[in-house]
Ligand binder design. Structure first.
Ligand code: 13P
Length: 282
C-alpha cells in the first residue's frame, strides 16, 4: 500500500475522533515489527526516528527500510523525523524522502521557535511535506537531551504560533514526559481542551510511554490526533532478546533472538493501536 505523508492521516483522525500511533524505530527489526502490528490491526501507522537514531544508522538506511516495507504493506505508512533539532537535519530528511518532518524549536525563545519553524515550513511546502512543531516543553529525557525545566503550552501562544508558522500539526506540553515516569503523570487536560478550542490543526501528544491507557484515551477525546510511543517499544524489544538469550545462552544467530524481539514489539504496538482507537481505520 502507499507510503504517505501524515497530512491526510492526521486530518482524518482529527475529524473522526481517534489518533494515529507514531512509533519510534531503531533498526530493521523494529520497522518490521511495527508494520506487522499495523497490518494485523488494519491501522495506518507512523514510524519515526530521532536525531540520535539517525546518528546510529543514517537517514538513507531508515528511509530505504521503511519505504521498502511500506511498499508491500497492506496499510498506509508514513516516515516522520521526530524532534528534528536543526534546519539542516530537517532538510536532509526532506531530501532523503521522509514524508513528515518535525522541527523542535521548543528549547528556543518563543520568537526564535517561530522563525526556525517558519523556515522549515517554507522549505517543505513545495514538496507537500507536512511539518510538526512543539510549543512548551515536554519534560524527561528526550533523545540525548535532558529537559529538567518542562513548561506547559500556553493557549494564547499556541494560537499565535500556529497562525504565524503555518505548521500542519502541533505538539503540546500538558504534563507528559519522555522516558520512564517515577509516579503517575498528572496531565492538564483542561489546558488541552482550551488549546483544542482555539487551534484547528491536529494536536500531538509526546511522551506517551507509561501514561495509563485511560489517560491517553481522555487526551484523544479532548483533541489529540497523534500519539508518540518510544520507550515502551525499546523496552519490549530488549526484553524479548534478553528473555531468549536467558533461555538459550548458547544462541548466536541474530535472526533467532531478533524474531523474539520483534514479537514483543508487535504485541506492544497492537495494544497501543487499540488505545488510540486506530484499528480498522484503513
Ligand atoms: P516516550 O519515550 O515516553 O514514549 O516518548 C516518545 C516520544 O514522545 C517521542 O517523540
Amino acid at each position: 500500500m502507499a507510503f504517505v505523508t501524515t497530512e491526510q492521516m492526521l486530518r482524518t483522525a482529527d475529524q473522526e475522533g481517534y489518533a494515529v500511533g507514531a512509533f519510534n524505530v531503531e533498526n530493521m527489526e523494529m520497522v518490521m515489527a511495527v508494520i506487522k502490528a499495523a497490518e494485523e490491526m488494519n491501522a495506518p501507522a507512523i514510524l519515526q526516528t530521532t536525531p540520535s537514531t539517525i546518528k546510529y544508522a543514517g537517514l538513507p538506511l531508515y528511509y530505504a527500510n521503511v519505504k521498502a516495507a511500506a511498499k508491500s504493506a497492506k496499510v498506509p505508512i508514513a516516515l516522520h523525523l521526530d524532534h528534528g533539532n536543526s534546519f539542516s537535519l530537517a532538510m536532509q530528511a526532506l531530501r532523503v524522502g521522509y514524508t513528515s518532518i518535525m522541527i523542535d524549536g521548543s528549547h528556543e525563545a518563543f520568537d526564535d521557535n517561530i522563525l526556525l519553524t517558519q523556515s522549515v515550513v517554507k522549505a517543505c511546502a513545495p514538496s507537500g511535506i507536512p511539518v510538526e512543531a512543539e510549543l512548551g516543553k515536554v519534560g524527561g529525557k528526550e533523545d540525548d537531551l535532558d529537559c529538567n525545566d518542562p513548561g506547559y503550552t500556553d493557549p494564547d501562544d499556541a494560537v499565535k504560533f500556529v497562525e504565524e508558522t503555518g505548521i500542519s500539526s502541533l505538539a503540546v506540553a500538558i504534563g507528559t514526559a519522555h522516558g520512564i515516569y517515577k509516579g503517575e503523570p498528572k496531565l492538564d487536560v483542561e489546558r488541552l481542551s482550551e488549546i483544542r478550542k482555539r487551534v484547528s490543526i491536529p494536536l500531538v501528544l509526546h511522551g506517551a510511554s507509561g501514561v495509563p491507557d485511560e489517560a491517553v484515551r481522555e487526551c484523544i477525546r479532548r483533541g489529540i490526533s497523534k500519539v508518540n510511543f518510544a520507550t515502551e517499544l525499546r523496552i519490549a524489544y530488549s526484553n524479548g532478546i534478553k528473555q531468549f538469550l536467558k533461555d538459550n545462552p548458547d544462541a548466536f544467530d541474530p535472526k533467532k533472538y531478533g524474531v523474539v524481539g520483534m514479537e514483543y514489539v508487535t504485541k506492544v504496538v497492537k495494544d497501543k493501536i487499540n488505545v488510540c482507537g486506530c484499528a480498522n481505520r484503513v
